[in-house]
Design a protein around this ligand. Structure first.
Ligand SMILES: [Zn+2]
Ligand SMILES: [Zn+2]
Length: 272
C-alpha cells in the first residue's frame, strides 16, 4: 500500500496528534495492531483512544490499553446495540470503566438513521451511560445521527453530573454546532469533512473555535480524501483530515494540531 504519512508530519516536529476516536479492537485493525500503531507514530499521531461499542470490544479495548503505553480506552454500548443491553452488561461496563486507562464513557447516544434498536431502548441506554459517567467523573463521547434535538434534550435532562461532552464524527449543520458550543460542549471531526458532498459539515467546522475542536479517525471507517479509495481507515491517515481542516480554517497544520491536542488532553484528562 502506498502511504504518504510523512507529507505533513515529520519526526521532531513540536506537535503530537491524538486520535480521539478509533475502533482499534475492530477487524482488520486488531489483527495488525503493531504495524497500525507504528505507521501512526511515523505520521505524528502518537496517542489513541480506542472506543468500544459492545461488551466484547469493551473488554478488548481495556486489554489494548493495558498493553500499549499511549493507548487509552473509552467504553460504551452503541445505540445500534441498545436493544440487547442487559443489567449484567451495565454492571460489567461499570467495573471495566473503573480501569485507570479508561478516559471516557461512550460512544453512546441516539441513531435514528438506522434505528437498529428501537428509539425508547436507545434513550434508556443513553441515560444509563450518562448516569455512569457522572458517577465515575468521566467525560462522554456522543454519537448522534438524525437525532440532534432528542440527543441535546436527554443530555440536558440527564447529564447534570457530567462535566464534559463531545459530539463525535460531527455531521450536523453550523446552527447545530452553535447549539453545542453555547452549551460548553466539544465537537470532533472525522474524514467526513473532506468528502465532496460535505458542504454543511464544512460550514459547521468554520464556526468551531480552535479551543473547542477535537480530531479523530473513527477508523476503520470514514477514510479521508485523498485516501478514500483505501477502504480501511487507520490513525496514520488522520493527518489528511488535519491538513484539510487547517486549510479550511485558514490556520497552519501545526497550529491546528497543537490546539486540538491541548483540547484532547484537557478533555480526556491525559497528562503523560
Ligand atoms: Zn459513532
Ligand atoms: Zn465510532
Amino acid at each position: 500500500m502506498n502511504y504518504d504519512n510523512t507529507q505533513y508530519a515529520v519526526r521532531g516536529t513540536r506537535y503530537e496528534l491524538i486520535d480521539t476516536h478509533a475502533h482499534l479492537a475492530f477487524e482488520p485493525l486488531i489483527n495488525d495492531i503493531d504495524a497500525v500503531l507504528k505507521r501512526s507514530i511515523e505520521a505524528g499521531v502518537t496517542r489513541w483512544i480506542t472506543v468500544g461499542t459492545n461488551m466484547d470490544e469493551n473488554r478488548k479495548s481495556v486489554e489494548l490499553a493495558e498493553k500499549y503505553d499511549n493507548l487509552y480506552a473509552a467504553l460504551g454500548i452503541h445505540p445500534h446495540d441498545a436493544k440487547k443491553v442487559t443489567a449484567e452488561n451495565l454492571t460489567e461496563l461499570e467495573r471495566l470503566a473503573r480501569h485507570q486507562k479508561v478516559v471516557a464513557i461512550g460512544e453512546t447516544g441516539l441513531d435514528f438513521h438506522y434505528n437498529f434498536s428501537g428509539q425508547s431502548a436507545q434513550k434508556e441506554v443513553f441515560k444509563n451511560h450518562l448516569a455512569l459517567a457522572a458517577k465515575l467523573g468521566l467525560p462522554v463521547i456522543i454519537h448522534s445521527r438524525e437525532a440532534f434535538d432528542d440527543t441535546v434534550a436527554i443530555i440536558e435532562q440527564q447529564g447534570g453530573g457530567v462535566e464534559k461532552i463531545v459530539f463525535h464524527c460531527f455531521t450536523g449543520t453550523a446552527d447545530q454546532a452553535k447549539v453545542i458550543l453555547d452549551k460548553g460542549w466539544y465537537i470532533s471531526f472525522t474524514g467526513v469533512v473532506t468528502f465532496k458532498n460535505a458542504n454543511d459539515i464544512r460550514q459547521a467546522a468554520k464556526v468551531v473555535p480552535p479551543d473547542r475542536l477535537m480530531l479523530e479517525t473513527d477508523c476503520p471507517y470514514m477514510t479521508p480524501e485523498p485516501m478514500r479509495k483505501q477502504k480501511v481507515n487507520e490513525p496514520a491517515l488522520m493527518i489528511h483530515t488535519v491538513k484539510f481542516l487547517a486549510d479550511l480554517k485558514g490556520v497552519s497544520f501545526e497550529e491546528l494540531a497543537i490546539a486540538a491536542t491541548a483540547n484532547s488532553r484537557i478533555f480526556f484528562n491525559i497528562h503523560d
